[in-house]
Design a binder for this molecule. Structure first.
Ligand code: ADP
Length: 182
């Protein structure tokens, strides 16, 4: 599924983020930046050990923030490492932090002049954020950002499972029908 946000493209597909040829891919990292499971483990395996060596020099990353490294053996030239929140139902800060993880990733991309970025679904694996809450928030945040910053020409969500793809497709359909001009 693909939609236009102003002059930019927002795309959803099922796949493996490590195989993407966008200029940057986003990693759902943890605060240490020293490697983990899930998408983080897959990105480090595909990029090779130089990625971990560069991450070691960065001194970690706060929840809701993002930092950038080179992509090493990946097709993507850069990896933007962001840290999403661990899901906590009754904490209003959780939503703000997930939104911030997406926004800060795009701000970091913008600052480097990057025009195409692939995202995984942040926080919806080990960090337990329900897909039906995370998907609308993620898409709204990206759509708002793209409308303000057409310099970013492509954002591609690379969803690992059919279930995640379905949740994002449903959320994007709702978002498009709720806005006259997305
Ligand atoms: P978090 O700790 O932020 O929840 P995880 O890595 O556990 O991060 O999961 C985030 C999302 O990334 C999950 O939806 C998971 O299915 C997905 N994922 C895992 N491996 C990949 C991959 N190679 N490409 C894209 N998405 C992936």
């Amino acid at each position: 599924m693909k939609v236009k946000i102003g002059t930019s493209t927002l795309e959803l597909l099922q796949g493996d983020i490590t195989q993407q040829d966008t200029e940057a891919i986003v990693n759902a990292a943890n605060r240490s930046l020293l490697g983990g499971g899930g998408v983080d483990g897959a990105i480090h395996r595909a990029a090779g050990p130089d990625l971990l060596a560069e991450c070691r020099t960065l001194g970690g990353c706060d929840t809701g923030d993002a930092v950038i490294t080179r992509g090493y053996r990946l097709k993507a030239k850069y990896v933007i490492h962001t840290v999403g929140p661990v899901y906590q139902r009754s904490r209003p800060g959780t939503e703000r932090l997930l939104k911030s993880a997406y926004q800060r990733s795009l701000e970091v991309a913008l600052a480097k002049g990057i025009r195409s970025v692939a995202f995984p679904s942040i926080s919806t694996g080990a960090y337990g954020y329900p897909l039906d809450e995370a998907a609308p928030l993620a898409l709204r945040t990206i759509a708002d950002f793209l409308r303000k910053h057409p310099e970013i020409e492509l954002v591609r969500f690379v969803l690992f499972s059919p279930k995640a793809l379905r949740a994002f497709e449903e959320a994007l359909e709702k978002l498009c029908s709720s806005r006259r001009r997305i």
